[in-house]
Ligand binder design. Structure first.
Ligand code: AMP
Length: 393
């Protein structure tokens, strides 16, 4: 059975086509600069990269080209071979706690929740409509990035603000990266067994840390939006909110402009003044750049703060997992984080830690908590959910 996994942004569309009998990726790719000039798409097929520069006036155009290419490259012989489309959906508000078959009501809700994810939810809805037009009979499944976090209890997801904000405007913690954290929990369950208490560290350009008890989210570092929590590539993570009106007044900026600074000019980029990319930060440190070293230290501290908090929350932790771009590929960051957890009896095996992108135990035998690198695969999680929901209709 072939299932296509879709991740649409406001001007991009990423896809992976899976053969679900083996969970192998048959072809994957990304369409970029949709709706703006100089469109381009890149396909990865049979070890080769195909790059085509072509204007893409809408998500519908991208979807049409994508399906034409699948036939032209003989990945499929007809469109009926695609038996399901799984869409990554960014925000399901407090309504969706699991993946669902996409109906008109789901599309309406995605548009309704656009206030919470103004860049992503409208694009998600557009992309669903595009696929519906081109593959009208193919079942589509929505996999919400917020769904995994819906098991948080009220005392964890509420903010200590006037209660009417929650009642009237749904102000609460929603979290993000749920599909990735669930993939980590399921992989560790498969590999190590049931009933695990896990601290899952998704460290990418965006980053979040989640406390998981027996496969369910107990708490997570992102909040009302993906701005909260640990320091990220260009996002500040947690800060004192009073800074916002203070800088508004000092620099004569609007709230929107300050939010832009906090979203796009902060984090690694803001502190280092060099780059949002952790590889550049690591190079900067090697070259003696003090601001890069400062950015890295602050980053590590922000991660350790959440791990320590969730260690106490869970009471007992079986696994700390590192995933996503930095978590999977930066032995330096992992070592610095674990070294700061020595007071909890957590110890890193530096030789085992010298690994990138591979499921590996990186703690010593006598470490009080096992530490693993667990490569995430959100596309596969989406395809698996799509298959399950289609099979259980
Ligand atoms: P993601 O958002 O998961 O794609 O992760 C992007 C982040 O991962 C960027 O900060 C990259 O610098 C980082 N990253 C990717 N590969 C490496 C690597 N080999 N070493 C260190 N950081 C990496």
């Amino acid at each position: 059975m072939k299932i296509i996994s879709i991740n649409a942004g406001s001007s991009s569309l990423k896809f992976s086509l899976f053969d679900m009998s083996t969970e192998e990726v048959l072809i994957s790719g990304v369409f970029e600069r949709i709706g703006i000039e100089n469109g381009v798409y890149t396909l990865k097929y049979k070890g080769e990269k195909i790059k085509v520069e072509q204007d893409l006036d809408s998500h519908l155009t991208a979807v049409k080209i994508l399906l034409e290419k699948l036939i032209e490259l003989q990945v499929i012989s007809n469109l009926e071979e695609i038996e399901g489309v799984g869409h990554r959906l960014v925000h399901g508000g407090d309504k969706y706690s699991e993946s669902v078959m996409i109906t008109d009501e789901v599309v309406d809700d995605i548009i309704k929740f656009s206030d919470f994810a103004p860049l992503h939810n409208p694009a998600n809805a557009l992309c669903i409509k595009a696929f519906k037009e081109v593959l009208p009979k193919t079942p589509m499944v929505g996999v919400f990035d917020t769904a995994f976090h819906q098991t948080m209890e009220k005392e964890r997801f509420l903010y200590p603000v006037p209660y009417s904000w929650y009642e009237d405007y749904h102000i609460r913690k929603y979290g993000a990266h749920g599909t990735s954290h669930r993939f980590i929990a399921e992989t560790l369950k498969e590999e190590l067994g049931d009933k695990l208490n896990i601290i899952s560290c998704h460290l990418g350009n965006g980053g979040s840390i989640t406390a998981i008890r027996d496969g369910k989210c107990v708490d997570t570092s992102m909040g009302f939006t993906p701005h909260a929590g640990i320091i990220m590539g260009t996002r500040s993570g947690d800060i004192d909110v009073s800074i916002v009106p203070y800088i508004m007044e000092k620099e004569g900026k609007s709230a929107g402009e300050i939010m832009d600074d906090l979203n796009k000019k902060s984090g690694f980029l803001g502190i280092s003044g060099v780059s949002s990319d952790s590889r550049d930060i690591e190079d900067g440190i090697k070259n003696g750049n003090e601001r890069c070293a400062l950015a890295q230290d602050m980053y590590v501290n922000s991660i350790v703060k959440y791990i320590a908090q969730y260690y106490v929350l869970l009471g007992h932790v079986d696994v700390i997992a590192f995933t996503a771009g930095i978590g999977e590929n930066s032995p330096e960051t992992r070592a610095k984080v674990i070294e700061k957890l020595a007071c909890l009896g957590i110890k890193i095996d530096l030789e085992a830690n010298n690994v990138r992108g591979k499921f590996t135990k990186i703690s010593t035998k006598d470490s009080k908590v096992a530490v693993y690198v667990v490569p995430t695969n959100e596309e596969l999680m989406i395809a698996r959910d799509t298959l399950n929901i289609i099979n259980n209709r």
